[in-house]
Design a protein around this ligand. Structure first.
Ligand SMILES: *Cc1c(COP(=O)(O)O)cnc(C)c1O
Length: 315
């Protein structure tokens, strides 16, 4: 694989973690050459096997805030396979912070690999019903958590908060101005909002929603950027959710195995596989003008593949 390695290294000392493993890799593919575009991948998944990808960036300012308090505690929310919980637990354990995870759903007989890992990192887990979880931004519920756990820095699920977007904007600082299009998978839209905060007007930011029928993206982006109006330089590719969140098809799995074979690029089936599938398909369909330099974010999430049956993937 071709490595340009043109990461802006000035960002590195600002981070709480060593991110020097991050890299930019150009994908060799006849299709891209034929269409006269380049497709590169920002490998922030390489930062660390556990705390990798966009989650570390979204957590950045929350972690910094918690470090300055006397309670030194982060409380956050997630499901049983949440990359966000895995990253939070790890980051807190390394930085000497206490972490509390509020988990969606009743405690199962057997914990998921993600939650076992969180426990190993010292995260305290509290299971709540799906119904109560749905009200996790309700003021009364938040107060009851504070009564139970004491003062803490509260991080909304997936870092969905302007401070999370501010952290995600640090990803743009790594990238430089060489790219005409920057593409990312979207869950809460926090990462996309962060990219938009820093993008130049000539750069197009493209989001690939991994949930089916997300209709509130614009509202989300206004909340996350704190702007009254949306910038014109973003686009959503709405048709690549493969049935919905964490759903997959044989075609998607095949695509992942092919990307490993062709590029030695490991993808996760919930986010990054759908993103790169979408970008490849749109190159095929001539969405990108000749001369485009497309950058795809590898936002991490590889731990999620551990929920797939053995031998599904060739990596
Ligand atoms: C959480 C996650 C996303 C989605 O990021 P948002 O900021 O919630 O939109 C994308 N990719 C991976 C691998 C993730 O874990």
């Amino acid at each position: 694989m071709q490595c340009e390695n043109n990461i802006n290294r000035q960002v590195i000392p600002k981070m709480l973690f060593d991110i020097s493993n991050a890299a930019i890799e150009m994908l060799p593919n006849d299709l891209f050459q034929q269409k006269q575009v380049t497709v590169s991948v920002l490998r922030i998944d390489k930062i660390h096997p556990v705390v990798s990808g966009n989650k570390l960036f979204k957590l950045h300012f929350f972690l910094q805030e918690a470090l300055q308090t006397s309670h030194k505690t982060i409380l956050t929310f997630g499901g049983a396979y949440s990359n966000h919980l895995a990253a939070t637990a790890y980051a807190c354990s390394v930085l000497g912070l206490k972490s509390i995870g509020i988990i969606r759903g009743e405690e199962p007989a057997e914990l998921s690999h993600t939650l076992l890992q969180c426990l190993n990192e010292g995260m305290q887990l509290k299971f709540i019903s799906r119904q109560q979880y749905a009200e996790n931004d309700d003021a009364e519920f938040i107060q009851s958590l504070k009564n139970e756990f004491g003062e803490c820095t509260l991080v909304p699920e997936g870092g969905y908060h302007p401070l999370g977007a501010k952290g995600a904007a640090l990803i743009m600082d790594l990238v430089g101005k060489n790219y005409s299009h920057i593409c990312t998978a979207m869950g809460t839209a926090t990462t996309l909002a962060g990219l938009l905060r820093r993008a130049e007007p000539f750069q197009k930011i493209i989001g690939i929603p991994v949930l089916k029928g997300m209709t509130d993206m614009e509202e989300r982006l206004l909340h996350l950027t704190g702007n009254k109006t949306l910038p014109g330089n973003f686009d959503l590719l709405d048709d690549y959710h493969f049935g919905g969140y964490a759903k997959k098809t044989d075609e998607l799995i095949q695509f992942m195995n092919q990307c490993w074979q062709q590029y030695q690029l490991p993808l996760d089936f919930v986010y990054t596989a759908k993103m790169l599938y979408a970008v490849t398909d749109q190159v095929k369909k001539d969405r990108f003008p000749k001369g485009s330099n497309i950058l795809c974010l590898h936002t991490g999430g590889l731990q999620g593949n551990r929920s797939l049956p053995a031998n599904t993937l060739n990596f």
